[in-house]
Every structure is written in C-alpha cells, then in structure tokens.
Design a protein around this ligand. Structure first.
Ligand SMILES: Nc1nc2c(ncn2[C@@H]2O[C@H](COP(=O)(O)OP(=O)(O)O)[C@@H](O)[C@H]2O)c(=O)[nH]1
Ligand SMILES: [Mg+2]
Length: 242
C-alpha cells in the first residue's frame, strides 16, 4: 500500500518543510506532493531544494493562485497517475497534526473515505476564535442539513480517499472550485454508496502565515452547497445509501 499526501499550499513558507518532515516520519509508505500556486513567499523554492535530499517529496507548481479545489484535483491526478493506492489531503499550515495519520490509515481498512474530524467524540478545535468556531459549526450544520449527509465534519480538509473512490466519484465533475469543493466531494462519495468513516482530530489554528479564506469565499461556498442540493449529481450507485 502506497499513500500520497497532497498539500495545497499558497504562501506557506514557514510551515511547508516542518510539516513535510513530520508527515514523512509517520510511515515509510507515505510520500508528499506539494501543490504550490507560484507563492510569492517562495514556498515552491523551499520544496524544490528539499527534494534533492528527500526522494519521497514532490512538487507541482502551477502558474498562479488557481483555488483550493483545483489544487486538490491536480494532486488527485498526480496520485492516480503515479499508482498510489490512497490519496490523503491536509492543509499546509500545521492545523492538521500528522500524528493522526497512523489512525487515519488504520481506519481505511474499514472505510473508503476517512475524515479527520473535529466533531466526533475525542475531536475538537484548540485555539480558534469564537467567530471561526461559529462559522465552521454553522457551515457543517448547513451542509449536513441541506445535503442530508451522515457526516459530522463535512468541511474538514484532512482526509484519506481510496483510489477506488476517486476513480468512481468523478471528482473532475465537481462544480465548486474553492472551499466548497470538499463538501461537494463528500456528497458525491456518499451518493455513490461508499463507506465514510471519521477519526477524531484536534484542529490547531495556524501559528504562521495567514488564512486564505475570505468573505466572498464563504458566500460562494454557501451558494454552491445550496445549488448542489437543488441539482444533485447523477452518479452510479454501488449500493443503497447508508
Ligand atoms: N495551491 C493552493 N493552495 C491554497 C489555495 N487557497 C488556499 N490554499 C491552501 O489550502 C490550505 C487551507 O487554507 P487556509 O487558508 O489555511 O484555510 P483555513 O484553514 O480555512 O483558514 C492551506 O494549506 C492553504 O495554503 C490556492 O488557491 N491554491
Ligand atoms: Mg488553515
């Protein structure tokens, strides 16, 4: 079993190498792909230098800031083309602690998609402001209710997909290109009848760099979830909805 961790990164120079090092320490079957959108702070250059010393590290450089959803897609493509069995995604800001990777990988024995979840017993958020907590709580409530998803944390970007899931759910058909890409994708996985599991994580707010989420992204995400509920994707189902 070979697994690829995809790290979308935009201006994460302070975080990218410490995070990569911690990830690779967790398991010898893990590799990392950084998808950098030509970050002005030199994130891509740091990765390129480190690649000379670390064969399990790769970089995909894109011309400019093309959005989080499309960064995930580029990572999925790379992972599938290079024959990985599992593709994971994590934020590149040290919010997603790599110490949860072993339990996430273990849970893949029973599930097709495993989510590192803040909203199951044992999970949580360590140092977010009231505003961010409220936003995340509401986004999850809204998404679960509108899309009728049996998932506690629909917006977590800490995930592990089996190769089979990514091949079946046609992620390139996802209409959202920004943050709501995650909600739309988990919805497609559920609609296809795959098993979705959640492993508790404690989310830690970034210490360095800045969040890229902004007001217009939030409105766009809310609109996309509503549009998805009104026009569900037509997908091949593997079995009854669980
Ligand atoms: N490649 C790429 N990465 C992005 C883009 N937007 C956000 N990211 C990365 O996506 C991850 C999550 O973004 P972040 O700003 O931390 O969002 P937050 O955790 O919701 O505040 C981080 O690793 C960002 O660097 C983008 O347009 N392109
Ligand atoms: Mg973040």
């Amino acid at each position: 079993m070979r697994s690829l961790v995809v790290l979308p990164a935009y201006n994460e120079a302070e975080n990218v190498l410490p995070l990569t090092k911690e990830i690779l320490k967790q398991d010898p079957t893990l590799s990392v792909l950084v998808v950098d959108d030509n970050s002005p702070d030199g994130t891509g250059d740091l990765v390129e230098q480190q690649m000379e010393r670390e064969p399990r590290l790769a970089l995909l450089r894109r011309a400019g800031k093309l959005g989080l959803g499309s960064a995930y897609l580029a990572g999925f493509c790379h992972g599938l083309e290079h024959g990985y069995d599992r593709i994971l995604t994590m934020d590149c800001d040290l919010s997603h602690n790599p110490r949860y990777l072993p339990s996430i990988l273990r849970a893949m024995d029973d599930y097709d998609l495993v989510i590192g979840s803040r909203y199951v017993p044992g999970g949580g958020i360590s140092n977010w402001s009231f505003h961010r907590r409220a936003l995340s709580g509401f986004a999850n409530f809204y998404t679960r209710a509108l899309l009728r998803l049996p998932v506690r944390d629909c917006t977590s970007g800490y995930r592990c997909y089996s190769r089979e899931v990514l091949e079946a759910v046609e992620p390139f058909e996802v209409r959202a290109s920004g943050y709501s890409f995650l909600e739309e994708l988990v919805y497609r996985v559920h609609r296809c009848g795959f098993r979705i599991g959640e492993v508790p994580i404690v989310f830690e707010d970034r210490m360095a760099g800045a969040s890229k989420i902004n007001q217009s992204e939030i409105y766009r995400a809310a609109w996309h979830v509503l549009a998805t509920a009104l026009r569900p994707p037509d997908l091949p189902r593997r079995g009854p909805l669980r």
